[in-house]
Design a protein around this ligand. Structure first.
Ligand SMILES: Cc1cc2nc3c(=O)[nH]c(=O)nc-3n(C[C@H](O)[C@H](O)[C@H](O)COP(=O)(O)OP(=O)(O)OC[C@H]3O[C@@H](n4cnc5c(N)ncnc54)[C@H](O)[C@@H]3O)c2cc1C
Length: 509
């Protein structure tokens, strides 16, 4: 039997799913498949929380298909590598076309795609890949990138006509071969600490944000506690493709009149643009995953200290806001932007550790892990791009400004709960008498600071400035700007927020 296959990746949704739409329109019998790939599951950047989110997203898509067609479990789940999976399927079916989305993924998925491209070509199978959001394949620079981004966002969404689809139920025996070992319990059971996966939830989060939560967006964005409800929290849904960027832009436009805070909306809108702006960098230079993007920073003097890295990972550095953030992200998979930037700054500029020593750990924690944002952002915060000024967050000032009552700190570092806010932020300022008064023993109930953060920040600045003076740092910076930024981009001149965006883009590079 001749069939077409929709190979799902980070695009698990029905609405605006171009691969599904195109495959249905061919009228051929159709298999939809997702591969839980053992190599990807075991990779340096992956954790069960990610696959749980995927698993829930598939269940949601299956429900949508069932509700519209009565067809059960249309999305097949395979637990094997993609090549093996396609070989097994091709022994039973004649595959005409495979539809999927372009993926700006990690080194492993890139290598797998190259293997599959060759295999499809050898077997005369046409592989049709759709453009993912605003990320453009095959670019060498950013000439007119944002104009094309805008055009893409303005194209109409597609609504696959599921009733027309000729889904195939794979025979049990074939499914059993594809499924090998079953998925871990942690993946197939829900967990109340994490946002649930699925298109239904993506739209719920979007609607509640546009109808109400957006009004506090700008006010709460930097605050570790408030941001948890005032930011959209759409990142995992975008990262795993439960909603398309185009749907977001168009929903925003449709609801514009009733959205409560237009200024905050414009602020939010520029971040949607950044989403693709960052992934575009990674699409064009995937070295970001492992290597300093500005090669001059290979010369940075780093002395790896496993105890410091361990203290950072487990929230035991003796700096309450850092510890609260690290414990929180391990438990819930989320931190707002500023706190992410701050914990990276702390690792690289206060603990003086290479960014590579923390990038995989945080990738595993973020439910919204998106390689194309994660690695470029990580390097930007670590200062290894050499195109923007070095930003070292003072972790004590951040706490005083963004968690002045220590609400967030006390929630995640309960050892400090009974202290007044100023001591919960700076427990080292307590006198022995005050420690007795509050029944708290500094150094026993909560660790001493593992570094002098002001001194190490000074060292980091000196090290960084030395490297920035080298010819290689300058020529690399020029190359990076030339490849990843186009300052005369027309879009950057349109409005005040876009002029800010232009400056931001220059810094972000
Ligand atoms: C070291 C580091 C690692 C990061 N890793 C990731 C990651 O793996 N995946 C990820 O989605 N974001 C990442 N970010 C960016 C940002 O922190 C998150 O996108 C944001 O906090 C998600 O929360 P939200 O959906 O409520 O965002 P909102 O503020 O509501 O923004 C809406 C959407 O815009 C995009 N966005 C927002 N801020 C940024 C930004 N600074 N850069 C790029 N896109 C942005 C996201 O898709 C987000 O969902 C990282 C930031 C840093 C500093």
């Amino acid at each position: 039997m001749q069939v077409n296959i929709v190979w799902l990746k980070r695009d698990i949704r029905w609405r605006d799913q171009e691969a599904l739409h195109a495959a249905i329109e061919t009228g051929k019998p159709l298999i939809i498949i997702y591969f839980f790939e053992p190599e990807l599951i075991a990779n340096h950047d992956a954790a069960p929380r990610h696959w749980r989110f995927v698993y829930q997203s598939i269940a949601d898509l299956n429900r949508t298909i069932f509700n519209q067609t009565g067809f059960e479990k249309a999305v097949q789940m395979a637990y094997c590598d993609v090549l093996t999976g396609f070989e097994i399927i091709s022994q039973r079916y004649a595959i005409s076309q495979v539809y999927s989305y372009q993926e700006s993924g990690n080194a492993l998925s890139y290598r797998r795609d190259k293997i599959m491209k060759k295999w499809f070509s050898d077997k005369n199978i046409e592989w049709i890949e759709m453009q993912t959001n605003g990320v453009q394949r095959g670019r060498k620079n950013r000439q007119d990138w944002s104009l094309q981004f805008d055009e893409r966002m303005a194209e109409p969404e597609v609504f696959p006509d599921l009733k027309k689809a000729r889904f195939i139920a794979l025979p049990n025996q074939l499914l059993e071969t594809l499924q090998g070992n079953s998925l871990e319990k942690e993946i197939v059971s829900s967990h109340e600490n994490f946002q649930p996966g699925g298109e239904k939830w993506a739209w719920r989060y979007l609607n509640s944000f546009l109808n109400n939560r957006v009004k506090n967006y700008s006010k709460g964005i930097s605050k570790p506690e408030e941001s948890r409800s005032s930011c959209s929290r759409l990142s995992p849904y975008l990262a795993w493709g439960n909603i398309s960027m185009r749907s977001l832009f168009q929903e925003m436009k449709r609801n514009y009149a009733t959205i409560p805070n237009k200024r905050a909306l414009s602020n939010w809108r520029s971040r949607l643009y950044w989403h693709c702006h960052f992934i575009q960098k990674f699409e064009m230079e995937s070295r970001y995953e492992f290597e300093n993007i500005n090669r001059a920073f290979d010369l940075l003097p780093h002395k790896k200290n496993d105890n410091h890295i361990q203290a950072w990972q487990s929230g035991q550095t003796g700096f309450p806001l850092v510890d609260a953030c690290m414990r929180c992200v391990v438990a819930t998979g989320y931190l707002n932007f500023r706190m992410r930037a701050m914990v990276v700054s702390f690792l690289t500029h206060n603990l003086l550790q290479p960014w590579q020593s923390g990038a995989s750990f945080l990738a595993k924690q973020f439910l919204d892990y998106e390689p194309g944002i994660h690695f470029p952002q990580f390097q930007m915060q670590a200062g290894t791009t050499g195109t923007n000024t070095l930003r070292i967050y003072n972790v004590v000032k951040q706490a005083e400004e963004h968690d002045p009552e220590a609400v967030f700190i006390k929630k995640w570092v309960p050892e400090l709960e009974k202290l007044p806010a100023h001591f919960a932020i700076k427990p080292w300022e307590m006198t022995p008498l005050e420690q007795v008064m509050y029944g708290f023993s500094y150094g026993k109930d909560y660790p001493l600071r593992i570094v002098d953060h002001e001194e190490t920040a000074r060292t980091a600045k000196v090290n960084w400035a030395k490297i920035m003076k080298t010819e290689i740092a300058k020529s690399e910076a020029k190359r990076i700007l030339h490849t990843h930024v186009h300052l005369s981009d027309k879009r950057a001149h349109r409005s005040k927020s876009d002029i800010e965006l232009k400056t931001k883009l220059r810094n972000d590079a």
